[in-house]
Design a protein around this ligand. Structure first.
Ligand SMILES: Cc1cc2nc3c(=O)[nH]c(=O)nc-3n(C[C@H](O)[C@H](O)[C@H](O)COP(=O)(O)OP(=O)(O)OC[C@H]3O[C@@H](n4cnc5c(N)ncnc54)[C@H](O)[C@@H]3O)c2cc1C
Ligand code: FES
Length: 242
C-alpha cells in the first residue's frame, strides 16, 4: 500500500450521474482499487481502477452520496491523496484461453482493465454488460474495440437485449473456460447461479481503513470470515455465501 498525491487532469460527466476522473501522478498503479481522500470527508472512498498507465490513473464514479457529489465539483488541478496498491484483484492467469466478463453498471470499470490484461495475454474475451438505460452506458466503444465479442443489455430495452444481463447471457452462444463478474450483488448472485464455473466475483462493502486493519468490511465465506479490502474484493465463486 502506498499513499501518493495525484492531480486531477480530467473530471467530467460521461453518462447519467457518472464521471470519468483522470488523475496524473505516479503510475501504473497496482491493486484492484484505490482509496481516495475527498477533501472535507473523514473516511476515504474506495473506487476500482478502470485504467492505469505511466503517469495516469483513471476511475469512473457515480454520484450517489455526499462524498461523490463533492468529488464531482472538484476542478482540474486539484491535488488528491490516494492510497494505491489495495485489494486482491482478478486473476487473469486463471483463464486458459477464453474469458467471459459480465458487468453491471460501474462494475464495467475494473472489468475494462481486466479485458486489457487478458488481451495482452492473447486470450479470447467475451464481455457482456448490463445497464438500466442507454444514458447510463459507459465504456461501450472501449469494450467494442478490445473484445472479440461484446453484448449489451438494458432494463428498458433502449439498447441491446431488453432485460437483465443474464437475459443477454442466455441469448448468446458462450465459449469460455473462466468467467469474471462485477456489479450489484443481486446481479452477481444471478450470474453465478446461471453460469458454469470456474469464475470469480468482485464484491463491494463499506470500508473504514481499506487496508486490512479495522475488520469493518468482514464477510462470511465458505473459508471463514474474510476482509473484502484485503482478502478481496475479488473472491472465487465457490468461496461466496450469497
Ligand atoms: C472495492 C470497491 C470498489 C468500488 N468501485 C467503485 C467504482 O469504480 N465506481 C463507483 O462509482 N463506485 C465504486 N464503489 C462504491 C463507492 O465506494 C461508493 O459509491 C462511494 O464510496 C459512495 O460515497 P458517497 O460519499 O458518495 O456516499 P455516502 O453514502 O454518503 O457514503 C457514506 C459512507 O458509506 C460508504 N459507501 C457508500 N456506498 C458504498 C458502496 N457502494 N460501497 C462501499 N462503500 C460505500 C462511503 O465510502 C462512505 O464511507 C466501490 C466500492 C468498493 C468497496
Ligand atoms: S476496511 Fe478496514 S479491514 Fe477492510
Amino acid at each position: 500500500m502506498k499513499k501518493q498525491n495525484y492531480t486531477i487532469a480530467q473530471n467530467r460527466l460521461v453518462a447519467a450521474d457518472t464521471y470519468k476522473l483522470v488523475l496524473s501522478g505516479p503510475g501504473p498503479v497496482n491493486g484492484e482499487f484505490v482509496h481516495l481522500d475527498i477533501p472535507g470527508y473523514y473516511l476515504r472512498r474506495p473506487f476500482s481502477v478502470c485504467d492505469s498507465c505511466e503517469g495516469s490513473l483513471t476511475l469512473l464514479y457515480k454520484t450517489v452520496g455526499e462524498g461523490t457529489k463533492a468529488l464531482a465539483k472538484l476542478p482540474e488541478g486539484t491535488s488528491l491523496s490516494v492510497l494505491t496498491g489495495l485489494g486482491k484483484g482478478f486473476d487473469a492467469k486463471a483463464c486458459k484461453a477464453g474469458a467471459l466478463l459480465v458487468g453491471g453498471g460501474l462494475g464495467a470499470a475494473p472489468l475494462y482493465l481486466l479485458a486489457k490484461e487478458l488481451k495482452a495475454q492473447g486470450k479470447r474475451v467475451t464481455a457482456v454488460m448490463g445497464f438500466n438505460k442507454a444514458d447510463e452506458i459507459v465504456l461501450r466503444e472501449e469494450f467494442e474495440a478490445l473484445c472479440d465479442t461484446f453484448a449489451l443489455a438494458t432494463l428498458d430495452g433502449s439498447v441491446g437485449t431488453k432485460g437483465f444481463v443474464t437475459d443477454a447471457l442466455k441469448a448468446l452462444q458462450l465459449e469460455y473456460d473462466y468467467f469474471y463478474t462485477c456489479g450489484p450483488m443481486v446481479m452477481m448472485k444471478a450470474v453465478c447461479g446461471l453460469l458454469e464455473g470456474p469464475g470469480e466475483a468482485s464484491l463491494e462493502e463499506r470500508m473504514g481503513c481499506g487496508a486490512g486493519f479495522c475488520y469493518g468490511c468482514s464477510l462470511q465465506t465458505t473459508q471463514g470470515p474474510r476482509r473484502v479490502c484485503k482478502d478481496g474484493p475479488v473472491f472465487k465463486m465457490e468461496d461466496l455465501i450469497w
